[in-house]
Design a protein around this ligand. Sequence first.
Ligand code: ATR
Length: 287
Amino acid sequence: MEINGKTRTCGLIGNPVEHTLSPLIHNTLAKRLGQELVYVPFHVEQGRLAEAVKGAQALNILGLNVTVPYKSEVIACLAQIDDLAKNIGAVNTLVRTADGYKGYNTDMEGLYRAMQSEGIRIAGEQIILLGAGGAARAVAWLCAAKGAEKVYLLNRTLDRAQTVAAEVNASVGRETIMPMKLADHAAIPEGKYLAIQGTSVGLSPNNEDVVIADDAFYEKVHTGFDLIYNPWETKFMRLVKAHGGRAYNGLKMLLYQGIIAYELWNEIAVPESEAQIVYESLRNAIS
Ligand code: ATR
């Protein structure tokens, strides 16, 4: 693509940003859709986030993604914030307005779209959510926002699960989230569940680690969704499959969080056929 006087800039702010796949997503989309846009990583030093966001506004940067460790801290730098992002307390996408940036959480909308693309429902479902850290906390909000019937929220540290459950339940006005200790998973009532793996256990290079190893647990899982995509197939996914369930990794979540950000910046809908092409590029990049 030729860079000229009309080229618009988007980018990623975080620390580190050196291993990001986001430039691949956005620059592939811009090229395929014939849009004059470039996407670049910006390594922002600790203590300089507010300065970076202010500078981006002054430089007419159209949009930014935000990654570790700034997803919560960036909220104080925004002119506006979307409701879901506000509830979650984490923002990964900024869209420029005349007065400053508006913040969104496309990680969670991305997870939702990834699930829809695989035919996985949240509304009315019985869900087991593993973890209560930053990622799992956001999934708990998503499940409640999209009408899950019940979410058993299992965490090694019970306190964290209880805090998330109290916040989400108070907001939706019913006891949707049931906090439990990970070790008590056998107390989950018999039935078939969608299980979402939101801990960091099993992430490369610890490919053989899994948050629950007990076979009896996997008998209760009809579908497993791991937020991890490296390795391609986690031990959690292998155990789900070994017990007859379907299992998915987190690469489509990464894909769709990027697609949704691109749509917000450009005020367009990205065709599904293009999303599939970007998905193949991501697969090639990580293999
Ligand atoms: P992230 O932002 O990726 O969610 P995080 O906030 O550090 O990262 O959360 C990590 C999650 O993985 C937590 O749910 C954590 O459980 P605790 O709250 O008990 O720490 C979970 N986790 C990490 N290592 C674990 C392990 N060895 N066994 C069980 N859970 C683990």
